[in-house]
Design a protein around this ligand. Structure first.
Ligand code: M6R
Length: 394
């Protein structure tokens, strides 16, 4: 191996340890990388959590080398990302604002730079990128640094450009993601962003240590719960296969379920090349409900009935509204939620979990659905048309 600069002159290299093994870059008996990566998800979340807290629930993010005093003074967080990574950021916004009480914006990297954003030395930029090479995000991070902001990268690729150019990095340990459609990186990004949020809450004293410990304990239960969903994937797979003729599928969600709905729609667009849209369920009556006609498939991501009751009741009433107009309703709900049954053509149950952690579970059936539907159409799920794994041009 020879390391040179752009003009061919010998240059100094910097060593990075990449702890991916060759087996993790193979299909492992699955028909596609995407299917394998969906099944890697319990491990992706587990590895991302591993070694980041002690037995007392104290977060020890050693690699996050930003002066704690600077982090204490942060008065605004801006999450920068594109595509699926931006949806991970949108999920994380709910948790970070709730736990840390720091105003948090999520901005598509390519929109950020061109709107004259208000960024200063008390702004914390959190970029999220699986590849660490997305040019839009890299340029946005560079711009924010020029304005004096502190930059933290959440990234899955050791030594890639975005973490190298950021002040600090929190790696997701999802292993190599080869399929163009992002799956395990998404869950690992949410997990890492949650760790960052809890770390900030710990540092700034927004949460008692015991509360942080409880949330970490719930996070540690997530891998087994994802596995439970994967063990029962046959029902959602069959539905996906049976819907190969669908022309359009709508997704509704509320609170953290809203970005999950958008991610479900993106998976379907990318893989099955059909029109799919994710909406905030509360927005339905402000326009999207006009799209509902006889037989229109609508996925609804329902919040836990154990959470804020008004939210659950409101989403159940949304299911009712679309069903009454002829929609074919497909519901993702928490185990034991009987209220949704009356209005759902299909119900997929996910294990009980606190509301903020639910996206780590509710996304999984949507990934399986998109994979099954696209496979039934005979499409290459690993290499969808017109898309590249890493978008290195603006
Ligand atoms: O590597 P990045 O996370 O920066 O990539 C961002 C998007 O290009 C990526 O998430 C894209 O939307 C995926 N194909 C979604 O499945």
């Amino acid at each position: 191996m020879e390391i040179t600069d752009f003009y061919g002159a010998p240059a100094e290299g910097k060593e990075y340890h990449v702890n991916w093994d060759p087996a993790s870059a193979e299909k492992g008996g699955f028909p596609s990388f995407m299917e394998k990566e969906i099944h890697d998800q319990p491990d992706a979340v587990l590895q991302t959590l591993l070694g980041r807290s002690d037995i007392n629930g104290k977060l020890t993010l050693d690699e996050l080398r930003v002066d704690p005093e600077l982090l204490k003074n942060v008065d605004k967080i801006i999450v920068l990302a594109c595509g699926t990574s931006a949806y991970a950021g949108q999920v994380a916004k709910y948790a970070i604002e709730h736990w840390c009480r720091i105003p948090t914006e999520v901005e598509l990297s390519h929109e950020f730079r061109y709107r004259d954003p208000i960024v200063d030395e008390n702004t914390l930029i959190v970029s999220i990128s699986q590849s660490g090479e997305t040019m839009d995000t890299l340029m946005a991070v560079r711009y924010a640094k020029e304005q004096g902001a502190k930059t933290v990268s959440i990234c899955n690729t050791n030594g890639s450009t975005i973490p190298r150019e950021s002040d600090a990095v929190l790696y997701t340990h999802a292993g190599p993601e080869i399929a163009v459609a992002s799956t395990k990186a998404f869950l690992a990004q949410i997990t890492a962003a949650y760790l960052l949020g809890l770390y900030l809450a710990q540092l700034r004293g927004n949460k008692f240590q015991g509360e942080i410990k409880d949330i970490l304990a719930d996070l540690n239960k997530i891998p087994a719960k994802i596995q439970q969903i994967l063990d029962n994937e046959a029902q959602i797979k069959e539905l996906g296969q049976s819907m190969a003729d669908a022309k359009s599928v709508l997704f509704l969600g509320r609170h953290v379920g809203f970005p999950v709905a958008m991610e479900g729609a993106l998976k379907l667009k990318e893989l099955a090349y059909i029109h799919a849209e994710g909406f905030a369920a509360g927005e339905l009556k402000h326009g999207p409900i006009a799209l509902i006609e006889e037989g229109q498939p609508v996925f609804v991501v329902v919040p836990s009935p154990r959470g804020r009751d008004s939210l659950h009741a409101k989403v159940v009433s949304n299911i009712q509204e679309v069903r009454a107009r002829g929609a074919k309703t497909i519901v993702i709900a928490e185990e034991g939620d009987e209220a949704v049954k009356a209005y759902a053509e299909h119900v997929f149950y996910i294990p009980e979990t606190p509301t903020l952690l639910a996206p780590l579970l509710s996304t999984v059936p949507l990934q399986i659905f998109a994979l099954a539907l696209a496979s039934a159409k005979g499409y290459d799920v690993d290499q969808p048309r017109n898309l590249a794994k890493s978008v290195t041009v603006e």
